[in-house]
Design a protein around this ligand. Structure first.
Ligand code: ZN
Length: 171
């Protein structure tokens, strides 16, 4: 997935906020934690380009292992259930939840190592053929990119609706 991680994080965070509003986190902080979580796995690109010099696929780093995000999400759920201070645990919950969502979205058209670190084998729901020299063009012109466009449109609609509702409140 190329462009839809952030919009997907926005959709999930926006739709879930009202359920968790009572725990004291402001909408803005909740949204920021959710958006950061939705792109956090891709921060490994810094290591990929800066230190690994593209020697290994960045999806083979631990930062893209679903087991890591599942573990973090489980810890966040446990903290949320058992800690008295729910606000911080809630932010960890939306952060790790969107990190896990990132794994699912990446899995649609790129390799994800679902069984890592135990089995070093990638899985992808759809294989995007390498037709063009530029890797991103292969994804952009593949039918699976339609899903990304839908996610971006959905997020845009949500954002516009919120802005409109806020504008009506002010007037
Ligand atoms: Zn990714």
């Amino acid at each position: 997935m190329i462009v839809a991680h952030l919009p997907a994080g926005y959709i999930v965070s926006t739709l879930l906020f009202h359920r968790f509003e009572k725990y004291g986190a402001s909408r803005l902080i909740f949204l920021r934690a959710g958006l950061l979580g939705s792109i956090a796995p891709d921060l490994d690109m810094i290591y990929f380009y800066g230190f690994d010099h593209r020697a290994h696929p960045h999806h083979s780093y631990f930062s893209h292992f679903p087991s890591v995000w599942l573990l973090l999400l489980t810890l966040a759920i446990l903290c949320f259930q058992h800690c008295k201070q729910k606000k911080l645990a809630l932010l960890a919950l939306i952060f790790t939840g969107n990190g896990m969502l990132h794994m699912l979205l990446d899995y649609i058209s790129t390799n994800i190592y679902w069984l890592a670190p135990f089995v070093n084998r990638p899985f992808a729901l759809i294989t995007v053929p390498s037709v063009y020299q530029d890797w991103w063009l292969n994804f952009l012109l593949h039918r699976s990119f339609a899903l990304e466009i839908l996610i971006v449109l959905w997020a845009t609609c949500l954002w516009c609706r919120r802005r409109l509702a806020r504008h009506e409140l002010v007037e």
